[in-house]
Design a protein around this ligand. Structure first.
Ligand code: PRX
Length: 616
């Protein structure tokens, strides 16, 4: 195997201002990973400019609005290029320079993709924040990234809800006086307060560029290893960390995995239902498809509004060929039965995909039979924010699928299973912690502003390996099945949430003495959030207290981290040294009340019985 030769050949298919001198230098000790060293490029020239000759009139983005009655939009490659250049000039006019961090907090509108690409065009580092995060979470991220520029919308539509994005930003900015400029796109016409000297309208800024005669905006020449974006994600400790991806490696890997995993064929309409606020949206709505000259479908709404047939309606409307979604969405739609599928053809579909969490066999078969009609390969793609692109997956129609298995690694990717002591587990029919032995082009480069954190999180647990945080089983044939996180990270509806983060938020509530948060199996969300809380004084109305705690979590982290269950307890099971024994709490939350394992080291074993009695 010669990964360097392999990736060097692949990289040759892109447009470089200057070819690289050396394909790879790396060590996992520091860690230091550099791909395509000395290369100069701009990812937007690869996503836009180089397609203009042959694909200029081809749809790059199809946008389906939240409300099916509203007109959809199609942006050809030429139109997208024009808009990106225009907005890149807006950014420049507003003082944004190469290397500056720009935070994007927007709904799923084409302008989000335009803003992302405009940042990349001028070499600014974008950091997209999902619309489900609170003002406090935004403030934390703005401070960590020292982002002086924010792009947002007045509001966003999601089903029958309207989310006041600008107002959330205003709350965040109370703590972030260093933000110099907020550019606000009109979407919902929700009333907003525009602060003089700080806030400007997207539309006004575009007009200014138009009166300048729409000048060109040549792409900034970037080094292969210049940062492209920061994306915050939760870990087992502390605040979310800013995962940094760089220009060349990320481009090469997302393009390669897009084309190969989904077996992209020119003309295919690719529908990835993720939000651009997550890595899946970055890699397989924006950069992967556009770098391949594909047509990517951007959907503003949700699968269940105005009814649970919305995805299928969108598939038929645009003759979607590839549908890529999360097991949570499949399970939730399964719950509506086959009614919403009536009258839907789904005959354009060729390939189905899943991502973000383990898929149970029942959901896999439902997807296969009712959506793929048994004729569309399903790719179960395992990867992470930190990996940038798909690492383990079957390739549609090329390598076989196996329900609930991600199956085999992508070329050049070397998975390893290790035991608790870091010893490699060889052979088949074995389980262990999943590590990767050799770098691939879009591996995380650092955690923004804190390289040591990157090292300790991913590269210190096992020598010379990247540790994924996932548990994994390898079957008789060498297929990989991801069994879930082995650290204190939950996967709720395919969203990563750190238990420590939720605990910190709960503990902010004035009445809370202490809390412990664990996951439990949830029929639709995959995992639910179960909170054990010691509450001070008389409980009064327990339900009101629960609501207050939920509200607190919503304020501190955002609606996506709302607890599913809150149980008030007299104490938590702790060892004599004061460590909470989560293993016991996890079992209780899962409903496994017998066989709690060794409880003899507990300071107060009686508390376990109390907790068992009060289980929700
Ligand atoms: O536990 C794994 C799970 O999602 C985690 C990564 O989450 P995030 O960084 O938010 O990225 C999600 C989208 C790539 C992993 O550590 N996960 C992701 N894909 C799968 C999965 N678990 C099982 N099967 C998958 N296909």
């Amino acid at each position: 195997m010669d990964p360097e030769g392999f990736w060097g050949d692949i990289a040759g298919h892109f447009y470089w201002r200057k070819r690289w001198d050396k394909v790879l230098e790396w060590n996992f000790r520091d860690p230091k990973v550099e791909w395509f060293i000395g290369g100069r490029l701009n990812i937007t020239e690869n996503c836009l400019d180089r397609h203009l000759g042959s694909l200029g009139n081809k749809p790059a983005i199809i946008w389906e609005p939240n409300d099916p009655e509203e007109h959809h939009r199609v942006l050809t490659y030429r139109e997208l290029h024009t808009k990106v250049v225009q907005f890149a000039n807006v950014l420049k006019n507003n003082g944004v320079q190469k290397g500056d961090r720009v935070c994007l907090y927007m709904g799923m509108v084409p302008e989000l993709a335009i803003a992302v690409l405009a940042c990349a065009r001028i070499g600014a580092i974008h950091s997209v924040i999902f619309g489900g995060f609170s003002a406090q979470s935004i403030a934390d991220r703005l401070m960590d990234a020292q982002a002086e520029y924010v792009i947002t919308c007045d509001g966003a539509y999601r089903g029958n809800k309207e989310i006041p994005l600008k107002s959330v930003i205003d709350d965040a900015l109370v703590q972030c006086r260093f933000v110099k400029r907020v550019i606000v796109l009109t979407r919902t016409r929700t009333p907003v307060s525009m602060i003089k000297g700080r806030d400007v309208w997207w539309e006004d800024e575009i007009k200014k560029v138009e009166t300048m005669g729409n000048p060109d905006c040549p792409a900034e020449e970037m080094d292969s290893e210049d940062p492209l974006f920061i994306l915050y994600t939760s870990g087992s400790t502390g605040k979310p960390k800013g995962v940094v991806h760089t220009c060349a490696g990320y481009m090469v890997y997302t393009n390669y995995t897009f084309v190969n995993t989904f077996q992209y064929e020119p003309g295919d309409i690719h529908f990835c239902t993720a939000d651009i606020g997550w890595i899946t949206g970055h890699s397989y709505i924006v950069y992967g498809p556009l770098s391949a000259g594909a047509t990517t479908l951007l959907f503003e709404g949700i699968p269940t509004w105005p009814d649970a047939g919305r995805f299928w309606e969108v598939v038929d409307k645009y003759k979607v060929n590839v549908l890529y979604t999360a097991p949570t969405a499949i399970r939730s739609l399964m719950g509506f039965g086959l009614g919403p599928l009536q009258g839907k053809q789904l005959s354009s579909l060729k390939v189905l995909g899943t991502v973000g969490e383990p898929i149970n066999e029942e959901a896999w078969h439902w997807y296969n039979e009712n959506i793929g009609k048994g004729r569309c390969p399903i790719v179960d793609t395992w990867w992470q924010t930190e990996t940038g692109g798909v690492l383990i997956s079957n390739m549609a129609g090329v390598t076989p699928a196996k329900p609930s298995y991600a199956t085999l690694p992508m070329p050049g990717v070397q998975p390893v299973l290790v035991d608790e002591n870091g010893k490699e587990i060889t052979g088949n029919n074995v389980s262990g912690n999943l590590c990767i032995r050799f770098p691939w082009p879009s591996i995380i480069r650092t955690t923004y502003g804190d390289h040591e954190r990157c090292r300790t999180n991913y590269f210190s647990a096992y020598e010379n390996m990247y540790f994924t945080g996932d548990g994994c089983y390898r079957d008789e044939e060498g297929n990989y099945r991801i069994t879930g996180r082995v650290d204190d990270v939950l996967n709720v509806s395919g969203h990563r949430i750190g238990t420590a983060e939720v605990e910190n938020a709960i503990n902010m509530h004035a009445g809370v003495v202490e809390s412990a948060v664990v996951g439990y199996p949830h029929d639709i969300k995959g995992q639910g959030i179960y909170c054990f809380v010691i509450f001070q004084g008389s409980h009064g109305d327990e339900n009101l207290n629960r609501q207050d705690i939920t509200q607190t979590v919503s304020r501190i982290i955002g609606p996506i981290a709302k607890p599913d269950k809150i149980q008030f307890v007299p104490g938590l099971p702790k060892t004599r040294s004061g460590k909470i024994m989560r293993r016991i709490l996890r079992k209780i939350a899962e409903g496994e009340l017998e066989n709690l394992g060794d409880t003899s080291t507990l300071l107060d074993p009686a508390v376990v019985d109390e907790i068992k009695k009060g289980r929700l």
